[in-house]
Design a protein. Sequence first.
Length: 282
Amino acid sequence: MEKSRARELSIIANKVRKNALTAVYSASSGHPGGSLSIADVLSVLYFEVMNVDPKNPQDPDRDRFVLSKGHCAPALYGVLAEKGFFPVEDCATFRKADSYLQGHPDMKGVPGVDMSSGSLGQGICAANGMALAAKIDKKDYRVYTVLGDGELEEGQVWEAAMYAAHYKLDNVTAFVDFNGLQIDGDISKVMSPLPIDKKFEAFGWNVIVVNAHDIEALHNAILEAQSVKGKPTVIIMESIKGKGVSFMENEAGWHGKAPNKEEYEQAIAELDAQIKDLEVAN
């Protein structure tokens, strides 16, 4: 990937972060920390990798994406809006009673959402089902899913891991948002899922570890996953919770808290400054 393209995707990622923060601020509730940490991978997937068309969101041959950690819907809505599935302005209606953008993704109400999610552990199971269906139907679409590291504490995740390896689902790629924090604090103290890489290896997965905020590295990891045959791939993304906003970074308190007006304005200003720097570099 050319450096200029990587910078373009970083700009998109910061716009996704702005959309996510606008959603959470407007609703006075939501999950900013984990939304900010996955903005980069969502931007790479939707703007560089996945075969999706906002004009035909139900295309049977499209690639699928499942946000297994459904509480980070602000990030998914943010990237879908940037891609053109619906107006960016609608992000400000998040969690409003009459809005189609509710607190967790709804495949029946939101264009571009392939699976309703929210109950942790279930999204990766649905992704496996989609991937197996592709195999049965002899389709070549791929399925991508993002899990939280705290979500790995769900036993259902490991049943899904065993399932994907058993059925040789090399058309599914899982991403683990490894920021080390969940709502109750450090994952290693709440109920440690570590070592994540060795566990997935033991379950028969191809494992890649990558910097979650390195656009080129993310892209290369996805290309590598596409080349692996006979087994599923998990990309463990070493990330920063609250990435891009100085006072939110690495703070578990921002897992599920909305910023006030002053905090929101500071966060948007910081992201705007980063976008400006990237635009100048381009």
